[in-house]
Every structure is written in C-alpha cells, then in structure tokens.
Design a protein around this ligand. Structure first.
Ligand SMILES: [Ca+2]
Ligand SMILES: [Ca+2]
Length: 460
C-alpha cells in the first residue's frame, strides 16, 4: 500500500497545475478485493477521478434504479467507499447508497438540499436553503451516519438561495447562489451571493456582486491560486445572459465577463480545465432549447463555443452537469425531448468539443438529467429526476455510456448529436461588489427516519 501511496502522490506532483482541492486517494486495492471496483489506481479530486487514463469497460458495475423520494434531485456525489450520497432539493432528504445503489441509510431533515459533498472525516457537508418565505441559505454538517453535528442559516429579510457548494483548501467551504436581500445598486432585484465559511460554518466573509441588473450564481469552483470562478446569469435587459466572475481568495474581482446571446442564456455549471481555463455548460431557451458548451481561456476570453443538437433539450441542468474527464475531455448530462416526452441525455466531448458519443436513457415518463458523476471505476453515474418531482433516477453507466445488458432498449440508446457554432459575444455592463452582512443563526433540526423505496430497472 505504501508504494501505491507514493505513486499516487507523484501523480499529484505531475498534475499539480490542475490540482486544486479536496485531494483524496480512494483505497482501490481494498475496494477491488471487496469486489467493488475495477483494478485501477485512482486519484480523486473533489469527486473527480484524475491521474489515470480512462479505464476500459469494467463489467458488472452498471445499474439503473428509481428512488421514491417524492422530491427533485438536489445533488449526487460518489463517496470514498465507492458508494454515493444523494440529496433532494425539494424535501430535505439524504440517501446513502452503496456502489450498487442499495440504500444504506436515509433521513429527512428540512429545507431544499441543493448540494452535498463528502468531507475528509467521512461525514458530509450539505447546503441548500430554508423553504419559508424570505428563506435563508442553510449549511449542515452531518457525521458518516447522517447525525447532525451543526446546522446554520445565513441570509437577510428576502430570499437567499444556495446553488453551489465546494470544499476549500483551508478546510472550510465556499457557498454560491443568489440573494434578494443584499445588492450593490438600487433597482437590482437579485445579485450573485458568496459566503466563505470555516470548517464549523462560521462566516469569514460574504460578498454580493452585481449592478443595476439582476444576477445570480449557479456554480463555483476553487482554483489552484486559492481564488474562484463563478458562473451564472446576468440579466442586463429583458433576456438572461451568461455571467463569469474570476475572484481572488478574498472574493475580490480579478476579471468578469458577460456573454450575450440572441436568446435567454444562463450558465449552469463550471469547472476549471487542465490548461488553466474553464469549461461551462449554458442552458439556452430559444424556439427550441439547446445546450451550449463554452470553453474560456484563463483570462475569460471565449476559446470556443458549440451548440449540441437540434431537438428540444431541457432546462433541468444543475451544478456539475459538465465535468472534466481524466483525458482532458468532457462529460455532459441533461435531457432531450422527443416524441412529446423527455429522456436523459449523456454525451462525451473531446478537449475541443467534438462529440465522441451521445446516448439517451429513459422510458415513457419524463426523465430529466441534472448532473453527472465520474466514478472511480472509469464510468459515470447520471443523476436525474423521474417525472415531475416524483422521485430520483440514477443510472450507472460504463466509460462509453453503456448500461447493464438487462436494461430495456430505451435505456442507453445511441443518439446522433451534431455540433454547431454558438453565438455568444462579450458585452459591457456595470459591475460592482460589496460586503454583505447576512444574519448567521444556529438552526437545529432533528432528522426523521424515512422509508424511501428503491426499485431496480436493470442491473448486472
Ligand atoms: Ca432571507
Ligand atoms: Ca422518457
């Protein structure tokens, strides 16, 4: 095991330029001996396997299951034991799953839980918002069994919403979202809201970014210099446009961009790329909605932008809907409307944005992909909604998007997805930042045991 450890950490040095945070090494040998994953060594950075080539297909790990949560998916992440942690956005539930998708524990808390991450102690940090009128951002730390260690709320008199949460290099957390309570100029209905907190949730700083226009943060990532990239929306006139903000470790603006298109565009997910730039996925609400993937350079200039598909694509993209893969390409999740109903869509891009493969997953209901998790075995877990908030649908696929052989034909069907040029262009706007002073309150909650049932469509 010692030699394996040395090899992993030498990989850390080799790829230091793209390592940012949350480095953990998954104990592959233990998991493999337990029959959980394929025999590869994996370095995981914030849940993203980095440091080895894409694995050949690893048979026996694919499955599709529904979970009767009665609420929309908030987030899903892989855990150090090769299982998963799932949160629901609309009714405050956490589900801990094993690698095959079996429920190990489940609890109901309260609030909309939009984000969840495993912490180095094996527990979880959970972010979201209280669902009352004028609600606040909430952050909750639970132990490995889901018991609440602390829970705090942050906000002002109007709605404050959290859409993205990350571990930071100092052991604390960065929270990004939207605030109606605080602003930088009169007339702004809502603005980008960031909170930096320590490991116990104590507020270190809070800032709001915007102008006389409406803004909001949808996704954040910390960068090797300790600073941040934030993307979301900037509504300068009537239609939404894409906002990207590059910040230093204290939240000061280094550069910012508004990218204007012809329709309603909003960035939903961002990740740093190995070349020091950024990749983001943008939802475009046009006569037929589309996906737009935009590659930014380190200074925020557009390196390339591509629209994928002609058929109706859905708007349910969330944080982590695009992820960088170990070979420098990208995996993108979402959904696709055809024949009057929606199916989940997953597509794989090379580093230049060319489609390597695209697949759809679904049945007669509306299945809507929100997020994708690169898994330690080289495959992916797709996080989706099943119907209108009736439940969560998770589909574990291999490195090529393939599913278990027993799956119905509609789960894992190949799709021809054509790329065309995007049409966003930089525009100027006023932007300022200001210190916000949210009220921070301890907000205890007693979790309730629940009995969500899982049902299996197909498995190996
Ligand atoms: Ca509030
Ligand atoms: Ca469907």
């Amino acid at each position: 095991m010692a030699r394996v450890g040395v090899r992993r950490w030498s990989r850390v040095a080799v790829i230091a330029g793209i390592i940012f945070l949350g480095v953990t090494s998954v104990p592959d040998a233990q998991m493999y001996s337990a029959g959980l994953i394929c025999p590869t060594s994996t370095l995981v950075v914030q849940g993203l396997p980095i440091g080895r080539a894409a694995a050949s297909p690893c048979p026996g790990q694919e499955w599709a299951r529904t979970y009767g949560t009665g609420g929309f998916l908030g987030a899903v992440r892989q855990t150090a034991d090769a299982g998963y942690i799932v949160s629901t956005q609309s009714n405050g539930k956490l589900l801990k799953l094993d690698s095959a998708g079996n429920i190990q524990w489940q609890k109901s808390y309260s609030g909309g839980l939009t984000s969840v991450l495993q912490t180095p102690d094996g527990g979880y940090i959970v972010g979201g918002f209280t669902e009352s009128t004028g609600g606040d951002i909430l952050l909750m730390k639970v132990d490995p069994a889901g018991a609440v260690q602390w829970r705090k709320t942050y906000g002002g008199g109007l709605d404050d919403l959290l859409w993205s949460l990350r571990l930071t290099s100092d052991g604390g957390y960065i929270l990004a979202g939207r605030t109606y309570s605080f602003g930088v100029a009169a007339g702004a209905e809502h603005s980008v809201f960031l909170l930096k907190v320590d490991a116990q949730g104590n507020l270190l700083w809070s800032k709001v970014y915007g102008g006389s226009w409406r803004g909001g943060g949808e996704s954040i990532a910390q960068l090797p210099d300790g600073g941040f990239i934030v993307v979301g929306e900037a509504t300068l006139s009537n239609d939404e446009d894409v906002l990207a903000l590059r910040l230093d470790p204290d939240g000061n603006v280094l550069w910012w961009r508004v990218l204007k298109g012809l329709d309603f565009e909003t960035a939903r997910a961002v990740q740093p790329t190995p070349d020091g730039g950024f990749i983001m996925v943008v939802y475009v609400k046009a006569s037929s909605a589309k996906y737009l993937v935009v590659k930014l350079g380190a200074d925020g200039t557009v390196a390339w932008q591509k629209v994928y598909g002609k058929a109706q694509l859905s708007s349910y993209l969330r944080d982590n809907a695009i992820r960088v893969t170990p070979d420098g390409g990208y995996i993108v999740a979402g959904s696709f409307t055809i024949g009057g109903q929606e199916d989940v869509l997953l597509f794989r891009l090379d580093a230049s944005g060319n489609v390597q493969w695209a697949k759809t997953y679904g049945g007669g209901a509306d299945e809507r992909g929100r997020t994708v998790v690169p898994t330690a075995d080289g495959g992916y877990l797709i996080g989706a909604d099943l119907g209108w908030g009736t439940g969560v649908w998770l589909v574990k696929v291999d490195s090529q998007g393939r599913v278990a052989p027993s799956c119905p034909p509609g789960i894992g069907a190949s799709l021809s997805l054509k790329a065309t040029s995007g049409r966003l262009s930089p525009t100027t706007a006023d932007l300022a930042s200001a210190t916000a002073s949210p009220v921070v309150a301890d907000a205890a909650v007693s979790p309730a045991d629940i009995s969500v049932t899982a049902s299996t469509q197909c498995s190996a």
